[in-house]
Each structure stands twice: as structure tokens, then as C-alpha cells.
Design a protein around this ligand. Structure first.
Ligand code: UD1
Ligand code: CA
Length: 454
């Protein structure tokens, strides 16, 4: 449901020092996609008139990743309240609500943001809504001080909190929805007279109340407001993301033999009655149709696998691999940018790249398409029903016609006509008795040398 007259401000000016990375924190991927993009997707689903990203350190990296957003720069990080002030100009004509989000808290469900909007509009005297949660370990989060009437009185930053306040288990996630007509006026009333010497966004609660408006709390699950500050947090975010994806897959009719060992990408598309064995990894851009079986330890990225095909074990499908209906890709086979029609079999130890293979062709063990000359890539075309003998090298560009046979061990450099036989290998020599004679001679020589030596 699009919320017209809503603006989002995403704070992403912090360096993310604890990540110890050249990559900006909000660009670290979870499920194969930058954290910032996860958040932007939810914001887009919510529907905003404007989405503003506040950038600072490593600005260029974030700018490139935040296309379609308004970008404002916070040169000095003087606090979360100060960061929001940077959006003043962009929002000068904005009259609706403003939702403040953190780039490093990327998994807030759209439904939770919507709940904040709904709560603010129950009565117009509510000036802002804060997203709270009760973490297992409240650690150094800001504490939400709620009064007897269920209204939020203020947020006590951990650094500034009393013992009593630190005992509160309802914490500030950082997310806030504010009446946009009041926001910047209230921000002007913030001071930096606190333990960190920063302009705290959290102080807006007390400011709103001083201006005669109420502040309320929406509570979220800890998992929904998961923040990433370190590589360990990143791994935890990935684990939560994968758990969710695995549940979704199983609910949609996919068998995961050992769910915790299968890794999905944010955009993995799965049909029904798909079976996925242990240790399978999906990179971005995979589509798996109904009835496909993916055997253990396969790696699949940017590939389409059509109905009823079988992949693996130990197979690798790279971008633009298109595997036809009922096809069979076996162990230690790598396929890249190749279209395989229905019923094709590539069962063992092959590399197929930059190729098209017609229906029901059989590609023997160890077949390699030699697609690269060190500078350019070339195409291999194999016709329907062709049979390529084991250990064949197809030196591209080259075509093998429909129904042709290629003898094992061939190095094919010229096109093969339909229904023809091509054999391109050294001729076999046969000399009767040679081996026996050879053994006799050599063992006699060796014995003579030993005698001389002793
Ligand atoms: C903030 C909240 C705290 C809450 C916690 C939840 C304040 C004062 N405190 O604390 O109540 O429990 O988040 O994680 O808001 N940022 C900027 N510019 C700045 C400062 C921060 O863009 O000048 C961005 C950071 O990049 C980060 C986010 O704002 O994405 C939060 O900043 P951070 O310094 O981590 O806030 P906390 O001290 O953790
Ligand atoms: Ca933080």
C-alpha cells in the first residue's frame, strides 16, 4: 500500500570502523545483496515520496549504490539528530510524516514500519512514534522510559542513564516516525549537552512532549531490528536471513534435506517439488523450476534450471547457464553461458562454456569446450541428438551437426556435419610381443649394471 506524503531518511554517515573494511558498512552483502538495498526494498514497498540517504565517510561508494534516492552529506558526525538535520533542505516542501531509519539496520519489515504509521495517526496529538524492542542483552542501547499511561517520556542514552534507567529492558532500535511539519523545528531545540557531546535524535521525544505532543512506542521483534556493527554481527544477520529463506522455501513446497546447510540468495526463485540436498549454495539470479533435484554440494549462480532436471552432486552452474527440461548435469561439471535443450546429458567432469546444445545430446565424460584464446571468447554449437565421445576438446568456434558422432579423445577444430562421424586423434599402433621383449632386454641390462657395481 503506497503511503503518499511519507519521506524516509536513512542514516549512513558513520564509517563502520568496527567492520575493518574498505567497503562501506551498509554495502556489505547479506544473502548476496548490499544491506542498504534490503532496506531500500522495504522502503519502496512502503511507498515514499522521497527517500534521503545521509552520507559522510566513503561517500562515493554509497552514492553509487543509492540511485533513485536523494543524497545529502553530513561532513562531521555530530550525532544522529544532527544527521537528520542534513535533510532539511530536501524536505523543505514536505508536509507528511518522516521515518528515520539506519542503513545498518536493514531488515525492518514493511509491516512494522506501517504499524508505526498507523499508531501515529490514531490521534493527531501523537507527534512521534519510536520503534522499541526487548533484546536478550540490552547492552548499551538507549532505554525507553514509558509512563503509567503507556506514553514514552524520554529516551535515556546508555552513557547518560541512571542505574534505574539502565534496568529498563525496553530499548530503542533507533527507528522513529515523526510528524514532518514539526520535525525540523524540534531538531532546532536539541542540545549537545550530554555524555557524548552529540545531538541525539533520541532527545526529540522529550522535545515533542515539551511542545505538547505525545510520543508512543511500537514494539518489534529483536530479529527485525538487527543492527550490524561488526563482522560477527554480519554473520549473525546472514544466519537470520538464511533461516527465513529456508522456512519460506519449505513452506512453498521445496524439500531441504538438511536446511541449515543450504544457502539462498535474496532473489532465488524456486518451483514446487524441488529437492535440494545438503551443502548447496545459491548466488544471485538463480531460477529453479518445478520438480528439479539439486544434489549435494552444488554451486548455482545466475542460472536457470528447467522442469525436472537433475543437477550435481558437485556441479557448478555459472551465470547464463540455461539447463533444459529433464536434462542431467552430473558431478564435477561446470556450465557457463550455455543453453542446453531438453534431455541433454553432461554427466561427468566437463566444462561447457559459450555453447548451445540441442535436445537429447549426450556429452561424454571429460568433454571441454575450448572457448577462450586468451583474448576473445568463441561459441560451440552442438546439434540435437549428437554424441560427443569422452575426453573430447571442442576448439571454438566450432559446430557439431544434429545426430553426429565424435570419437573419444578427439580434438575437434573443424565443423562436423549432421549425422557424420568425426575422429581427430593419433592413430593407434600395434606391435605384437613388443612389451615382453622390452621387459626382457631392460631387466637383463639392469642386472648387468648391478653386477658391475658390486
Ligand atoms: C543509537 C541511539 C540509541 C539506540 C541505538 C540503536 C541515538 C543518540 N542513540 O545509538 O538510543 O539504542 O542507536 O542501535 O540516536 N549516524 C550518522 N551520523 C551521525 C551519527 C550516527 O549518520 O552523526 C548513523 C550511523 O552511521 C548509524 C546510525 O546513525 O547508522 C546510528 O548511529 P550510532 O552512533 O551507531 O548510534 P548509537 O550510539 O548506537
Ligand atoms: Ca550503533
Amino acid at each position: 500500500m503506497p503511503n503518499n506524503n511519507l519521506a524516509a531518511i536513512i542514516l549512513a554517515a558513520g564509517k563502520g570502523t568496527r567492520m575493518k573494511s574498505k567497503l562501506h558498512k551498509v554495502l556489505h552483502p547479506v544473502g548476496g545483496r548490499p544491506m542498504l538495498h534490503h532496506l531500500l526494498e522495504s522502503v519502496q514497498e512502503l511507498g515514499t515520496d522521497k527517500t534521503i540517504v545521509v552520507v559522510g565517510a566513503e561517500r562515493e561508494q554509497v552514492v553509487a549504490a543509492a540511485q533513485g534516492c536523494d543524497l545529502v552529506t553530513q561532513d562531521e558526525q555530530l550525532g544522529t539528530g544532527h544527521a537528520v538535520m542534513m535533510a532539511r533542505d530536501v524536505l523543505k516542501d514536505h508536509t507528511g510524516d518522516v521515518i528515520v531509519l539506519y542503513g545498518d539496520v536493514p531488515f525492518i519489515p514493511t509491516s512494522v514500519m506501517q504499524a508505526m504509521i498507523d499508531m501515529r495517526h490514531v490521534s493527531d496529538d501523537t507527534g512521534l512514534v519510536v520503534l522499541g524492542f526487548r533484546p536478550n542483552d540490552p547492552a548499551r542501547y538507549g532505554r525507553l522510559v514509558v509512563n503509567w499511561a503507556g506514553e514514552l517520556e524520554r529516551i535515556a542514552e546508555y552513557k547518560d542513564a541512571s542505574e534505574e534507567e539502565r534496568a529498563i529492558d525496553l530499548c530503542n532500535s533507533g527507528m522513529m516516525l515523526v510528524d514532518g511539519q514539526s520535525l525540523f523545528g524540534w531538531l532546532d531545540q536539541l542540545s549537545n549537552d550530554n555524555a557524548a557531546g552529540e545531538y541525539y535524535l533520541t532527545d526529540l521525544v522529550a522535545v515533542a512532549r515539551a511542545n505538547g505532543r505525545k510520543a508512543l512506542v511500537v514494539e518489534a521483534a529483536e530479529e527485525d531490528v538487527l543492527g550490524v556493527n561488526s563482522r560477527a554481527d554480519l554473520a549473525y544477520a546472514e544466519a537470520c536471513f538464511q533461516t527465513r529463506k529456508r522456512c519460506e522455501a519449505m513452506e512453498a513446497g521445496v524439500t531441504l534435506v538438511d536446511p541449515t546447510t543450504v544457502y539462498f540468495s535474496y532473489d532465488t526463485i524456486l518451483g514446487t517439488d524441488v529437492t535440494i540436498e545438503p551443502g548447496v549454495f545459491f548466488g544471485p539470479g538463480a531460477t529453479i523450476e518445478d520438480g528439479v533435484t539439486i544434489k549435494a554440494y552444488s554451486h548455482i549462480e545466475g542460472a536457470k534450471v528447467r522442469k525436472g532436471a537433475t543437477i550435481g552432486p558437485f556441479a557448478r552452474l555459472r551465470p547464463a547457464a540455461d539447463i533444459g527440461e529433464g536434462a542431467k548435469i552430473g558431478n564435477f561439471v561446470e556450465i557457463k553461458k550455455a543453453k542446453l535443450d531438453a534431455g541433454v546429458k553432461v554427466s561427468h567432469l566437463s566444462y561447457i562454456g559459450d555453447a548451445t546444445i540441442g535436445a537429447d545430446a549426450n556429452i561424454g565424460a571429460g568433454t571441454i569446450t575450448c572457448n577462450y584464446d586468451g583474448f576473445l571468447k568463441f561459441q560451440t554449437t552442438i546439434g540435437a541428438g549428437a554424441f560427443i565421445g569422452s575426453n573430447t576438446s571442442l576448439v571454438a568456434p566450432v559446430m557439431v551437426g544434429d545426430g553426429a558422432l565424435v570419437g573419444a579423445g578427439s580434438v575437434i577444430t573443424k565443423d562436423v556435419e549432421a549425422d557424420a562421424l568425426a575422429v581427430a586423434r593419433g592413430k593407434q599402433l600395434g606391435k605384437a610381443g613388443f612389451a615382453a621383449k622390452f621387459r626382457e632386454e631392460q631387466s637383463a641390462k639392469k642386472a648387468a649394471m648391478k653386477k658391475k657395481g658390486s
